[in-house]
Design a protein around this ligand. Sequence first.
Ligand SMILES: NC(=O)c1ccc[n+]([C@@H]2O[C@H](COP(=O)([O-])OP(=O)(O)OC[C@H]3O[C@@H](n4cnc5c(N)ncnc54)[C@H](OP(=O)(O)O)[C@@H]3O)[C@@H](O)[C@H]2O)c1
Length: 294
Amino acid sequence: MKVVVVGSNGQLGSDAVRAFVDNGDDVFPLTHADIEIANAESVTSKLRELQPALVVNTAAMHHVENCELQPDRAFAVNALGARNLALAARDIGAVLIHVSTDYVFDGDKTSPYEEGDPPRPLSVYGNSKLAGEYFVRSSLDKHFVLRTSAIYGKSPCRAKGGLNFIQLMLKLAKERGEVRVVDSEFVTPTSTSDLVRQIVALSRCESYGLYHATAEGACSWLEFAREIFALTNTKVNLKVAGPNEFPAKVPRPKYSVLENRGLKRMGLNTFRPWQEGLRDYLGVSQSHEAATTK
Ligand SMILES: NC(=O)c1ccc[n+]([C@@H]2O[C@H](COP(=O)([O-])OP(=O)(O)OC[C@H]3O[C@@H](n4cnc5c(N)ncnc54)[C@H](OP(=O)(O)O)[C@@H]3O)[C@@H](O)[C@H]2O)c1
């Protein structure tokens, strides 16, 4: 299959390129230097030139604070960019797999969000991604919109820069005897390699639609840190951060756990518990006993 990956040098895009290449597909990786998704002409001309059967969009403006400061740009990339890709895919008869986010929800629920739950984003980022979802779903039949959560991979996240949460925890533990982490925000850490396995599986079927696509289970950031330290045998004094210790400049959902209801209903869910993805990422064998698995 001829596959275009947009955002190909990003955290998720890099793994998507690798996964489709390993799958034997004909892959065309596009970085920001190759395509500007906010520009309809750039998108149309690139897709017409390459004529892929599948477009995988991992590109986004997803630095939450920057989105709040530049709402026009956030909507240009996350909403109109998604629309540009959907229209160009429709023009050439391609399927679009578009990645969205758990931040379309407000976090007021206390049980996992399903696809049918009403979204209510708290931020410009969440609103712009939700608008992007609507554009894709309303302009192109052959789409998969995948909402995911707290992704981490071997390649750095370009929007956030620096270290991912796992690397940051291990660095802080090495530098200090004590690490403080919030226990009031719940997510599902999802490894990019698990997410791209699901993306490749979906690319082989025609069950188009909106799907939640995260690893199984849930944890607070504190529980995530505890598991990282347990799996790496890191000796550190892990403490709960106080409520105002790391004040967020932009509101975030306190609980953004997603249930892969749609994928399960269709018999398409390939995800495993988040702890297993973490073990693989850390290169720890399955037999290693984790201290906490909630
Ligand atoms: N990170 C998370 O925890 C998380 C959670 C839920 C959902 N998501 C979603 O997952 C997706 C992938 O995230 P990621 O962490 O892999 O992101 P990333 O590492 O920041 O990669 C994003 C890629 O998109 C490119 N890009 C940005 N703006 C573009 C534009 N206007 N036109 C073309 N390319 C552009 C970037 O290039 P430059 O860097 O050169 O601009 C980069 O290659 C995004 O849709 C994000 O909303 C992420």
